[in-house]
Design a protein around this ligand. Structure first.
Ligand code: NDP
Length: 479
């Protein structure tokens, strides 16, 4: 059985404890590899190697940093097929989707490679009196903790800017999906990243993650994951005055006005509901439709979603793969019971799916559409993070906004209308960090990414990420 190892000081090693954790293939429900069950001792070793590497890395020219990060991007592209296969087996997502995500992971490294070259200080001139210059200096050793839904993509989204800004990194992927993070270690060595600049420590959140968050010499934490974990991390890191970036849960509304381009809204809604089994923080899990087209949209949506084939992630025809873990599968199914108890009417799906043959013990759930729920019930306000959406009608813009804004979350939203004035009005009033008008998941890596309310603190993307991973120092010189 394949054993994943920690990537420390440019080499691979097991946890100091020599204990391993089983890693499951969601498509079959079977153990297929093992990962180190690391703890605070492993974080300490990783930290020592990162601290040793830091002085040289922070003084490495931006051009050399560019070259190495760009090389990592090239190697990810070159190994697209094998990385995508590893991601699909580890996470349960369809292979075709994993291939796209590997392309986007390479883009993250390429984007922040160029950011290393472009990042600059500002200067503020006080005419005849003084001149200020603002340094943005690397922080030191920083921690990056990522979730299981887009494993390499979200891992690279943090690591690339942290390295580009001149920091050394200790990174922890989700224990549920460690494989592509492990393979990234090999790629980094091949690309010439000096030993210790990036260290990847595998294991459980409460052990490895906690050790990183509470370590006084790890100066900043960039975290993506659930809101309750984010709260816990903030409770430890905030009193230590660490820099914190928290990208947390979502319960995103998808508002569809009667004047939308119906076909585009429909096709994109199918995607935004069920891509990656609905396990994307940006998925629109609450579909809110203007009453005059409600029945037509609902019927068309059910018909479209019926066509989505759920099945073996490795088969090209599968549109929806397996749910990432037994625990998450149980959680998603429990929400189907909650929805029914809350009076929800299941229009489609609403149950687990049993596959044939070797997939027989895999974790599959039929794409589910539920209506007839109050907009403020649990099903409509709590994050399910699976192939489950609700659909509800609205009559006025105000009502749509009230429904959209009624959760604790505020990550992303989608608005479908051909009336630009209405679109601007809704975009201004909706409580989310990201608003898509007549599209979904269209990402420009320069734009700020993150949520409001309980969806997070801080922003990633573009200069926001480079600024997060640097300390600002203003120097004022009297003339
Ligand atoms: P979790 O919060 O369970 O875990 C995220 C990461 O934190 C994992 O690596 C986990 O390790 C680790 N962790 C767990 N406990 C601790 C701890 N006490 N201290 C430090 N680290 C810890 O989230 P999931 O992996 O379940 O991911 C799904 C969540 O991520 C959803 O809520 C989703 O909305 C959110 N998400 C948000 C995004 C955004 O940009 N806002 C993007 C993508 C997902 P381990 O796996 O070992 O538990």
């Amino acid at each position: 059985m394949q054993q994943i190892l920690n990537y420390i000081n440019g080499g691979f090693e097991p946890a100091k404890s020599r204990f391993f954790i089983d890693n499951f293939n969601p498509a079959t429900g079977k153990i297929y590899s093992q990962l180190p069950d690391s703890d605070a001792d492993d974080v300490e070793v990783a930290l020592e190697s990162a601290e040793k590497a830091y002085d040289a890395w922070r003084l490495t020219s931006s051009e050399d940093r560019f070259k190495i990060l760009n090389k990592i991007a090239e190697l990810i592209d070159l190994k697209n097929e094998s990385l995508a296969l590893a991601e699909s087996i580890d996470q349960g997502k369809p292979l075709w989707l994993a291939k796209n995500e590997m392309i986007r992971s390479a883009q993250n490294f390429r984007f922040f490679a160029t950011a290393a070259m472009q990042f600059a200080s500002e200067s503020h001139n006080m005419e005849g009196v003084a001149i200020n210059y603002t340094l943005r200096q690397s922080i030191g050793v920083v921690g990056c903790i990522s979730p299981w839904n887009l494993p390499l993509y979200l891992f690279s989204w943090k690591i690339a800017p942290a390295l580009a800004a001149g920091n050394c990194v200790i990174a922890k992927p989700s224990e549920i999906t460690p494989m592509t993070a492990y393979l990234l270690g090999e790629i980094c060595t091949e690309a010439g990243l000096p030993p210790g600049v990036l260290n990847i420590v595998h294991g459980l959140g409460p052990k490895v993650g906690n050790a990183m968050v509470s370590h006084p010499r790890i100066k900043a934490i960039s975290f993506t994951g659930g809101t309750s974990t984010g709260k816990h991390i903030a409770s430890i890191a905030a009193p230590m005055f660490k820099k914190l970036s928290l990208e947390l849960g979502g319960k995103n509304p998808n508002i569809i006005f009667a004047d939308c381009d119906f076909e585009k809204a429909l096709k994109t809604t199918v995607q935004s509901s069920f891509l990656n089994q609905g396990e994307i923080c940006l998925c629109g899990s609450r579909i809110i439709v203007e009453r005059s087209i409600y029945d037509k949209f609902k019927t068309a949506l059910v018909e479209e979603v019926k066509q989505l084939k759920v099945g073996n992630p490795l088969e090209n025809s599968s549109r929806v793969g397996a749910i990432v873990s037994q625990m998450h599968y149980d959680k998603v199914l429990s929400y189907l019971d909650i929805a029914k108890a809350e009076g929800g009417q299941i229009l489609l799906g609403g149950h687990a799916l049993k596959m044939e043959g070797e997939l027989n013990e895999g974790w599959y759930i039929a794409p589910t559409i539920i209506e007839n729920l109050a907009f403020d019930c649990r099903t409509n306000t709590e994050e399910i993070f699976g192939p489950v959406v609700t659909i509800s009608p609205f009559d006025t813009v105000e009502e749509a906004l009230q429904m959209a804004n009624c959760t604790e979350y505020g990550l992303a939203s989608t608005v479908w209308t051909q009336d630009l004035t209405k679109a601007h009005n809704v975009a201004a009033k909706i409580q989310s960090g990201i608003v898509w008008i007549n599209c979904w998941l269209l990402r420009d890596l320069r734009t700020p990414f993150g949520g409001v309310k309980q969806s997070g603190v801080g922003r990633e993307g573009g200069w926001e990420a480079m600024r997060f991973f640097t300390e600002t120092k203003n120097v004022c010189i009297k003339l």
